[in-house]
Ligand binder design. Structure first.
Ligand code: AMP
Ligand code: MG
Length: 416
């Protein structure tokens, strides 16, 4: 490490400490709303859900076939067919020794019977059924309550509702759920050089791109986005837009203007309006990051470089949003995998590095990861050409080709 690197490393806040500070300060909102299950996907449950019912409510058949008494087939192989039971219209009679009932999947097991033989293992002339296999009691019977028992907690408060949760809640007959109200997040892009896509690019300008990724990530979390567009590097207009966003949002996220450039006015504005801490977080891409409170809203200031804003949003803003939005787990719990480096991975100790890479499995089943060639914090194509992050801890140095490291597939990142 050079002397400059060393001095810098001492002044950097470890990523875990930055996340801890944010999570200690931010409290979950408590306002709730009741939603029909149809529109509750990805929302955060505000109450525990306990089932009043058994699911399934009665013993029922797992197969199309015949319901019978297993003991009957110990001495004979043919039974008298006395009726049919369909899903939704149970057989009401009772089944005696030597008898069986045709049964469809999901139909309630008739009184007196204790098993089902699938029709593929039978022969029938319409009056008698011959059984090729001898069943045991309980075969192909789904027991009442085997999925959910009455009184059981089925989904806890703070859970993000997945498609499977919605089906589970519907299966106990509940049509609506109480969820935490939606958060509103404001996005502000700062910089005189920024131009909206679709407009003509003047000399020295670039297109504003960060807010498109941030808005999409917020949408993925079912968060309302207010896009305040581009603010010029100019005190009065910045003051105005921050004031407006403060009064309309739960969290205001800006990008750009938090480093030490001459035109970085965001710091000055925020110093006037709230409790804002500017941190140099030991994260790469990233580093300059601001966190604090405006008069009403929380605030995060992301670095302007596109990959930096993307990664710091995932690593620092998403935990904040999960906590604020009432989720029971604020830290992303996506599983990571161990892969071998397919090339030498350059890494200087001092910052946790989220390098972009491409992982694949060889014919022997070994996972490998190849890093993108250009890891520049402005190189957005390093993300679109990659399928994972290499998780390189703060004090990690170079990783030689063939050595193991942890990777986090992108597909795992947005599951909650
Ligand atoms: P800053 O943090 O304002 O010094 O910006 C760092 C770099 O990121 C500069 O090259 C900016 O032009 C670029 N940048 C800042 N904001 C954006 C944005 N919203 N979209 C694309 N690039 C940006
Ligand atoms: Mg700027």
């Amino acid at each position: 490490m050079s002397t400059t690197d060393h001095c810098e490393a001492l002044s950097l806040m470890p990523l875990a400490a930055a996340i801890d500070t944010i999570l200690n300060e931010v409290k979950a909102i408590s306002e709730t709303e009741t939603l029909n299950l149809y529109v509750a996907h990805k929302r955060v449950l505000a109450t525990d859900i306990v089932s009043l019912l058994n699911v399934p409510p009665a013993d029922n058949s797992a197969m199309d076939g015949y319901a019978l008494r297993s003991e009957d087939l110990t001495t004979i192989d043919t039974l008298e067919l006395i009726g049919t039971t369909l899903a939704g219209s149970p057989f009401t009679g009772s089944v005696n020794a030597g008898q069986c009932v045709r049964i469809m999947t999901g139909s309630v097991i008739p009184q007196g019977t204790n098993c089902v033989v699938m029709q593929e293992n039978t022969e029938t002339n319409g009056k008698l059924v011959r059984f090729i296999q001898k069943p045991d009691a309980g075969n192909s019977v789904r027991k009442a309550g085997e999925d959910i028992a009455a009184g059981q907690l089925i989904v806890s408060k703070g859970t993000v509702l997945t498609p499977a949760h919605l089906a589970l809640i519907a299966s106990i007959g509940q049509a609506s759920v109480e969820v935490i109200r939606q958060l509103t997040v404001g996005l502000i892009a700062t910089g005189d050089e920024l131009t909206l896509p679709g407009q003509q690019l003047m000399a020295g300008a670039i297109y504003e791109s960060n807010s498109f990724a941030l808005a999409a990530m917020l949408e993925n979390l079912k968060i309302k986005v207010i896009n305040y567009g581009i603010a010029k590097d100019e005190i009065a207009s910045l003051r105005d837009v921050f004031k407006r966003a403060d009064s309309e949002c739960d969290l205001v996220v800006s990008c750009g203007g938090v480093s030490v450039g001459d035109a970085d006015f965001v710091k000055d504005i925020l110093a006037e309006s709230g409790r804002i801490n500017f941190w140099k977080v030991a994260i790469k891409p990233g580093k300059p990051f601001a966190f604090g409170r405006l008069s009403q809203a929380w605030f995060c200031g992301l670095p302007g470089n596109p990959v930096s804003s993307y990664v710091t949003f995932e690593q620092l803003v998403m935990p904040l949003l999960r906590k604020l939005g009432g989720q029971s787990t604020a830290i992303n719990q996506a599983p990571y995998f161990v892969a071998k480096a397919a090339n030498l991975v350059h890494k200087r100790p001092g910052r946790a590095d989220f390098q972009r890479g491409y992982f694949y499995r060889d014919v022997k089943g070994q996972l490998w990861v190849k890093t993108q060639d250009n890891q520049g914090s402005g190189v957005m194509s390093s993300l679109t050409n990659a399928n994972c992050y290499l998780l390189l801890p703060q004090e990690q140095g170079d990783v030689n080709s063939g050595l193991e490291l942890n990777i986090l597939p992108f597909s795992n990142l947005f599951t909650d």
